[in-house]
Design a binder for this molecule. Structure first.
Ligand SMILES: O=C(O)CCC(=O)C(=O)O
Ligand SMILES: [Fe+2]
Length: 294
């Protein structure tokens, strides 16, 4: 396994490696890389969905997708991203085109996202990343003091993608249904990593509605100010895809954002979510964690 860092604080490429013959030691090394480097690109992995699911399952429990039109019935754990699907076919046409951390609106957000490139356009469709551990470390003291020790509310409603079954419903009805089926979740503004102990800024413009403890617009303004600061000051890493890349990222410590595609682009990705244990380290005792990761 050859390890090459693509940026100083995060994003690492792995080459000279074959997922299908990975030993337990290899998996342990990859897990360590994912936690320390936040985004890991394993290059050149031609894989079918069975071997992909088997590989991902070595890192934890696979997420089951509820939306039937986003996956092939034979592969309930593999979400299909297909920008050419304009309805009827399997696959999400557009997903993650805003800065976010996956599923932060859920009570237990998704820790690890795996994305495997089937077909990618030559010069478009990059996925962008920001290191949120660095963002927290560099956050100006006044902004840090304003959020530290607080919680924030995360809600899917503003970025929810309207589905065929929503047809005929008003926005208000869709919102009301979402409020019942996917109510907002509350999470700490700073996420302590259960494995590394590192702290990251855990707010995102895609799903965070407001920071708790502020009145009226104040919480939302603060959020807007922090987002503006992050985007103005932090290094964006643009991951340029090649077919058969396997990208794995840790949602505890990065933001990511899909980019717009030209209308004729053909991009097909297979995504698997993996729950590798507790998302937040500050909510579990060290003893339990050591056992969990032993
Ligand atoms: O397609 C991409 O570049 C990223 C999509 C995304 O946000 C995700 O898979 O979680
Ligand atoms: Fe995402």
């Amino acid at each position: 396994m050859k390890v090459t860092h693509l940026s100083s604080t995060f994003v690492t490429a792995v080459t000279e490696f074959d997922i299908r013959t990975a030993t337990d030691d290899d998996i342990a090394q990859l897990r360590d890389l994912i936690y320390r480097r936040k985004v890991v690109a394993i290059k050149n992995q031609p894989l079918d969905r069975d071997s992909y699911q088997q590989f991902a399952a070595r890192f934890g429990e696979l997420e089951k997708f509820k939306l039937k039109n986003y996956h092939d019935p034979d592969y309930p754990n593999v979400l299909v991203l297909d920008n050419r699907n304009s309805g009827g076919g399997v696959g999400a046409r557009k997903l993650g085109n805003m800065w976010h951390s996956d599923s932060s609106y859920l009570p237990s957000p998704l820790p690890l996202t795996f994305l495997h490139a089937q077909r990618v356009p030559a010069a478009a469709g990059d996925t962008l990343f920001i290191d949120m551990e660095v963002a927290l470390a560099e956050l100006p003291a006044d902004l840090r003091a304003a959020i530290e020790g607080r919680t924030a509310q995360h809600d899917v409603r503003w970025t929810y993608k309207v589905k065929a079954e929503d047809l005929g419903e008003s926005i208000q009805e869709i919102f009301q249904r979402l409020a019942q089926s996917v109510p907002a979740s509350t999470h700490p503004t700073v996420a302590v990593h259960p494995r590394t102990g590192a702290s990251s800024l855990y707010l995102n413009p895609g799903y965070t509605l407001e920071i708790n403890g502020y009145k009226g617009e104040e919480g939302r303004d603060l959020l807007a100010q922090i987002t503006a600061w992050v985007l103005a000051t932090q290094t964006l890493f643009a991951y340029r895809w090649e077919a058969n890349d396997m990208l794995i990222w840790d949602n505890r410590s990065v933001w990511h954002c899909a980019t717009a595609l030209p209308p004729d682009a053909d991009r097909l990705m297979y995504r698997i979510g993996v729950n590798d244990g507790p998302f937040f380290g500050d909510t579990v005792s060290t003893g339990a964690l050591q056992e969990q990761f032993a």
